[in-house]
Every structure is written in structure tokens, then in C-alpha cells.
Design a protein around this ligand. Structure first.
Ligand SMILES: NC(=O)c1ccc[n+]([C@@H]2O[C@H](COP(=O)([O-])OP(=O)(O)OC[C@H]3O[C@@H](n4cnc5c(N)ncnc54)[C@H](O)[C@@H]3O)[C@@H](O)[C@H]2O)c1
Length: 433
């Protein structure tokens, strides 16, 4: 195997310190690796270097410990990468407005890493993306800008991230980790690195296979959520409670796993990653029909929820226009502050378009940061009976555990519950959606 660069200060550097990069860097540091964390956002680096987490659900303790043990350092300077044996890239992979992949962050990061690439280094991409990104797009930038060759002068690999923000049971060392290399030698080197932090590495035959594994996992989720959303609409018309159905169905010990309905899908992964494959499949003249259909169903759910609210108000001789509506939860899932691609905002847009006055409550999102939208700088409601009583209706979009649903149903005259969050004995004013 090609030897590692000699005398490197860091065993690993993580580029991109967000939902994925911070836990990964801290995971390496906690396992005893000399770790460098690099982000282009100098303010974020400063917060981390002072021992604090910029993401509330992560907490400060592990970051502070890793810093005091001198196992990790955070930097905004790419030149520090020259001092590392391995570089892991965890930057965003969003989609553009027409659902096309935006590899801009990955390719810029590659361009910034290339000048510091040295013989024997490993570069591993963890950002979710379509098959071919690592072996073609990323490799081409790294090779053309460094003059070095992947597989001969430096190692190249892809290992998808399985971070589950807000799930404290999801710890790096317990999570099986899929790894694909550009060559066999690249795979061996990547395995050697990840074996420091994970108990169950899962080697696969290529970077493309590893990239496809990640897309498959997220497409599976995307399609199954759409399926349960569709079943919800059908069962609701038959007056059957989807939540009761899922609870009972999941007692089957084989061949079934539960998915839950809601107002759509959100976050940086599930609504985004499937369309990376859709785009790539077009190169092969193929359609991704399941993904397109699931997208249609999931995108229709905010309309379905708002329509439910409208009908429930109508039954009470009220119109949506002029009503004050409280939206509960703008984060895309319970227990975290991440509101990227959150369907709650689509619900709020629709309510506003229909003339409702909209407020929100989210203990994890004190103020909405969405420049260019009507919601930018809106602050969360302060939770008390008086403030709740000012609303004509509420709609539960994300069921944070901290919310007192009993009090909500006691005070607000109508609650539309898309998450099965409100206690069942409060059904008088509660409408499932
Ligand atoms: N969020 C999740 O739960 C999750 C789970 C699995 C996989 N992923 C994938 O992981 C990747 C990262 O997602 P995330 O949620 O951590 O993103 P994020 O937006 O939380 O963090 C990305 C970080 O990268 C930094 N960055 C961007 N360009 C940079 C550059 N050129 N150099 C240095 N830093 C740069 C940003 O400043 C930001 O701090 C994405 O591909 C995503 O699909 C995310």
C-alpha cells in the first residue's frame, strides 16, 4: 500500500462542520485520533473552538472534552489540511430549484483541498450524491488541480454518512459504515482509517456502489413515507385510523417496518437525495418512476393537511380567511432545529395564501432564518395559555416531545393533528389530518 505522508500533525481532517461533520470529527477525536475540523464559516469555527456546539441538539460536553484533551482543533484555513494524513469531505449536496443536483459545494471544496494534497493522503467523500461523483467529478478536480493521480499518488474513497440527528442512540462507533474505494488499495486505506471509529465497517466493491447504497436507503424511506401518506388518505375516507393500523401492523415480526404519515418530508436528505438518482438516470435514458410518484404524493401532503383544517373550520361556520392559525413545529422532525426543506413552511405558505394569520411554536427554532420568504425573522410564540387562546385553530406539523399537547387541546378551540401527537381523550376538538 502507498505509504501515508510522513510527520503529519493530524490523522484525519473533516471538511464541512455541520450536522454530519461535527459528530464525525468529535467521534474521531473521542476515539483518540488527532483530528482537525475545517469549515469555511469562520464564525462557526470560532464557536466550536470555544468549546460550544453551533447545533443545539449536539450539546457542548463532547466538544469541550475533545478540545481540552487536545484531540481536536478547528480551523477556517484550508492550508492546515497539508498537515493531515486523511481528509473527509462532509459539505452540502442540495438540489437546484428544478430538482437538479448541485455539486457546487463538493467541487469547490475539492478545488480548495487540491493545493494541499500530498503523496499518500486519503480523500474520502461522505456527502450524499449520485454514483460517479467520487470516481469522476471529484477525482477530476483533485487530479487536475494537484497534478497527482488517484490510486497511484493519493487514495480516494466514498463512505456514506448515516447520521440521525436528534437520535441519541445513533452513535458513530455502533453504526455499520459502508465504504467503497477507487482502487483496492484505496479501500484498504479507508478501512484502516474508519476501523479506528466504527465497529462494523462494510466494504463494497467500488465508490459507485457505496454511493448507490446511500441513495437506495433514502429512496426506500422516501417511497415508503409516500406509500403511508397515500394509505392515510384512503383509510381516512373509510374512517379508519392510520395510526392504529400502523401500530398493529408493526407487531408483525417479519416483512414489515413502520413508516408514519405527516405533512410531507423535509430535511437535507430525504426530499433531496432521490432526485440525484433521477438526474443521473436520465444520462442512461431511464426514468425513476417510483421516485417521481412518491415526490408527487409527498408534495401533496401540505395541501391535504390545510384542506382538512379548512373543512374543520367550515364545519364550525368559520373561514380560514381571517382566522389566526398556530403551526406547531417548523423543524422537519422532532427533537432538532433543522428546518431545511421543512414541509411546515409549505403549510404556512398555503395558510397565508388563503388569508389566514399565521404564527408558530417551535422550542428548537426560536426565530426563523429564511431570507426572501414572508417568514424570515418571525419569532416563536411564547408558550402560555393567554397566548394560545389568541388562536382560532392549531395544526401539528412536527411533534416535538416538549410540547404540552394536552394544554394545547384544552385552550385552542380546534386542533388539526397530522402527527397523532394530541392525547386521544381530547378528540372533541381534535381532527386527525
Ligand atoms: N443532515 C443529516 O442528517 C445528514 C445525514 C446523512 C447524510 N447527510 C449528507 O451529508 C452532507 C452534509 O450535510 P449536513 O447536513 O452536515 O450539512 P450542513 O449544512 O449542516 O453542514 C455543511 C457544512 O459545510 C460547510 N462548508 C460548505 N462548503 C465548504 C467548503 N468549501 N469548505 C469547508 N466547509 C464548507 C458549511 O459552512 C457547513 O458548516 C450532505 O451531502 C448531506 O446530504 C446529511
Amino acid at each position: 500500500m502507498m505509504p501515508k505522508p510522513e510527520g503529519a500533525k493530524y490523522e484525519v481532517a473533516v471538511v464541512g462542520l455541520g450536522y454530519v461533520g461535527i459528530p464525525l470529527a468529535i467521534g474521531f477525536a473521542t476515539a483518540g485520533c488527532r483530528t482537525l475540523g475545517v469549515d469555511s464559516d469562520a464564525e462557526r469555527v470560532e464557536i466550536l473552538q470555544s468549546g460550544k456546539s453551533p447545533l443545539p441538539h449536539l450539546g457542548n460536553a463532547k466538544i469541550a472534552t475533545a478540545l481540552s484533551d487536545r484531540r481536536v482543533r478547528f480551523s477556517a484555513e484550508k492550508c492546515d489540511l497539508a498537515e493531515s494524513e486523511a481528509i473527509i469531505i462532509c459539505v452540502p449536496t442540495p438540489i437546484r430549484s428544478h430538482n437538479e443536483p448541485d455539486l457546487g459545494y463538493v467541487l469547490s471544496a475539492a478545488g480548495e483541498i487540491a493545493p494541499w494534497l500530498r503523496q499518500g493522503m486519503l480523500v474520502c467523500l461522505e456527502s450524499s450524491t449520485y454514483p460517479g461523483t467520487t470516481g469522476q467529478d471529484l477525482r477530476e478536480v483533485l487530479e487536475s488541480m494537484s497534478g497527482l493521480k488517484a490510486g497511484e499518488d493519493f487514495h480516494l474513497a466514498f463512505s456514506p454518512e448515516r447520521e440521525d440527528p436528534g437520535n441519541n442512540g445513533s452513535v458513530l462507533h455502533k453504526m455499520p459504515k459502508v465504504i467503497g474505494g477507487y482502487t483496492e488499495g484505496c479501500l484498504s486505506r479507508a478501512l484502516e482509517l474508519y476501523e479506528r471509529v466504527v465497529e462494523h465497517p462494510v466494504p463494497v466493491s467500488s465508490c459507485e456502489t457505496a454511493e448507490a447504497v446511500k441513495l437506495t436507503e433514502n429512496i426506500f424511506r422516501f417511497v415508503n413515507i409516500a406509500l403511508i401518506n397515500e394509505l392515510k388518505r384512503i383509510y381516512s375516507a373509510m374512517d379508519i385510523d392510520i395510526w392504529e393500523v400502523v401500530e398493529a401492523a408493526k407487531t408483525k415480526p417479519f416483512g414489515y417496518m413502520p413508516f408514519y404519515p405527516g405533512v410531507g418530508v423535509g430535511g437535507h436528505c430525504i426530499p433531496v437525495d432521490p432526485f440525484y438518482l433521477t438526474w443521473k438516470a436520465r444520462e442512461y435514458n431511464l426514468d425513476t418512476r417510483f421516485i417521481e410518484l412518491a415526490g408527487q404524493i409527498n408534495r401533496s401532503m401540505p395541501y391535504y393537511a390545510v384542506n382538512h383544517l379548512l373543512e374543520a373550520l367550515n364545519a364550525r361556520k368559520r373561514s380560514l380567511r381571517g382566522s389566526r392559525i398556530l403551526v406547531l413545529g417548523v423543524a422537519y422532525k422532532p427533537g432538532i432545529s433543522d428546518d431545511r426543506e421543512s414541509p411546515s413552511y409549505r403549510v404556512m405558505d398555503l395558510l397565508r395564501q388563503k388569508g389566514a394569520e399565521v404564527g408558530y411554536y417551535d422550542p428548537y427554532v426560536p426565530e426563523i432564518d429564511a431570507p426572501g420568504t414572508p417568514w424570515h425573522a418571525l419569532r416563536t410564540l411564547e408558550w402560555n395559555r393567554g397566548n394560545l387562546a389568541a388562536f382560532d385553530a392549531a395544526i401539528v406539523c412536527t411533534a416535538h416531545r416538549e410540547i404540552d399537547y394536552k394544554e394545547l387541546a384544552d385552550v385552542v378551540p380546534l386542533v388539526v393533528d397530522a402527527c397523532n401527537a394530541v392525547p386521544k381523550n381530547r378528540v372533541a376538538c381534535v381532527v386527525p389530518a
